[in-house]
Design a protein around this ligand. Structure first.
Ligand code: ZN
Length: 425
């Protein structure tokens, strides 16, 4: 053995391997921060971060070159309303969870994460799970590289009133649920604080609270209010103690306004938002995260009989109302993020919502910003996500064609890189 080999064997000398450098040639590069398109750019990536972006600089000889010069490169997409950890899409009925173990649901969620990533979504804000903390497990399995999936920011459980929009309803009163199927139940400001303290301790990234009834819950009325203003304020205050933001589910006009006044970061669905609600959201800088595509899937499930009938009754007319209100909110200049309620429509099809966002009043660039720079802002991670800039994570995608001319090219993402690693090429 040579002396150096002996030292290496003994662990006395470590030879640092040179940083992996990747150079991407981007024919067109969309910058959502400025709403502009750059051409003939070189993106230099060191390990998992973007090192430099620009024109005409020399590519280091050691770099691995990826040629996307005939494509349009965008930041990795962000879906701000997903439910990746809810298992297989085999039933539209939450009662199906009573037939599965938590482990089964978690493992069934593995393909959901992969489909999401391969369709171009490198980050998701996951906003609730029936089996509490399955989302934390999925997030961590992805982060450790056990399975492929987007970066996940997770809620841990639904914070909901008993029998409310996020509760497991439709079962007999003498059936005792396991802890993880009613973990987020709370019925006073102090119970709300208690649940949020537990969730913070469990390592969640944000809080999901249900401010009105829901469409896809038995015995629920989306036109109702659920948590009181006092409970919503307690939620935002307690979450803020832990540096957590709050996303509020709300369909009814009153539920939406209660949530905005309480100081939530985003209102999910925002279906029946009225003019006062739109003005309040604008004034407070609250994001609206409106899932205006999934009506297509709810109607399709209605035709094929794969959704409970009471859910369809809740949904009657709400789809069109939500789309019309989306248009009003865009026109008023409210902050809008991209969220689809993935799981209602099949995982991997979120990008179909872009065409609906442009149909209902957004420019293609605004729709792209909703899923990149604005989504990163809503997450509170604009410093590392949402655009292709030095210092940010190397999360980027590429499509053939120009999404500013035809937004539907985003439904067919051909290249996906997350954290400097190519998952689809
Ligand atoms: Zn949802």
């Amino acid at each position: 053995m040579k002396p150096l080999a002996i030292l290496l064997t003994l662990g006395l000398v470590s030879i640092a391997s040179p940083a992996q450098i990747t150079a991407i040639k981007a024919g067109r590069l969309i910058d959502p921060d400025t709403g502009t398109v750059l051409t003939e750019q070189i993106i230099l990536i060191r390990e998992n971060k973007i090192d430099a972006v620009g024109k005409g600089f020399a590519i280091p000889a050691s770099a691995k070159v990826i040629d996307l010069s005939k494509m349009t490169v965008l930041p990795g997409l962000i879906d701000c309303h997903t439910h990746l950890a809810d298992g297989a899409e085999d039933s539209g009925d939450p009662l199906a969870y009573l037939k599965k173990t938590a482990a089964q649901v978690a493992l069934e969620s593995v393909p959901n994460a992969r489909a999401m990533l391969e369709s171009g979504f490198t980050t998701v804000r996951d906003v609730g799970v029936y089996r509490a903390l399955n989302d934390v497990a999925l997030r961590d399995a992805i982060a450790r590289g056990y399975i492929a999936g987007p970066r996940m920011f997770v809620a841990g459980a639904y914070v909901t009133i008993t029998g409310g929009a996020g509760a497991m309803t439709g079962i007999a009163p003498d059936i005792q649920l396991p802890w993880d199927l009613h973990y987020g139940e709370a019925n006073s400001p102090w119970e709300v604080r208690q649940v949020i303290r537990k969730l913070a301790n469990d390592g969640v990234d944000h809080i999901k609270i249900l401010s009105s009834g829901a469409v896809l819950t038995h015995g629920s009325n989306p036109k109702s209010q659920e948590f009181t203003p006092e409970e919503l304020q307690a939620a935002v205050d307690e979450a803020n103690h832990f540096g957590l933001r709050v996303a509020a589910h709300a369909h009814s006009a009153a539920g939406i306004k209660n949530a905005i006044r309480a100081g939530v970061a985003s209102v999910e669905h925002a279906t029946m938002i009225d003019d006062e609600g739109i003005a309040l959201a604008k004034e407070r800088g609250t994001y609206l995260d409106m899932d205006i595509y999934d009506e297509e899937c709810i109607e399709e499930q209605g035709r094929t009989g794969t959704i409970p009938k009471d859910f369809l009754q809740h949904d009657a007319e709400l789809g069109q109302i939500q789309r019309d209100n989306f248009r009003k909110a865009v026109k008023a200049g409210v902050k809008m993020s991209f969220g689809t309620d993935a799981g209602v429509c099949p995982y991997g099809t979120s990008a179909k919502q872009f065409a609906f966002m442009t149909k209902y009043g957004m420019t293609p660039m605004q729709a792209i910003q909703a899923a990149t720079s604005s989504a990163a802002d809503l997450l509170g991670h604009s410093d590392e996500l949402g655009s292709i800039k030095p210092g940010k994570f190397a999360d980027l995608i590429a499509v053939s064609g120009d999404p500013l001319q035809d937004i539907r090219v985003l439904e067919n993402v051909q290249f996906v890189m997350k954290d400097g690693k190519a998952y689809k090429q």
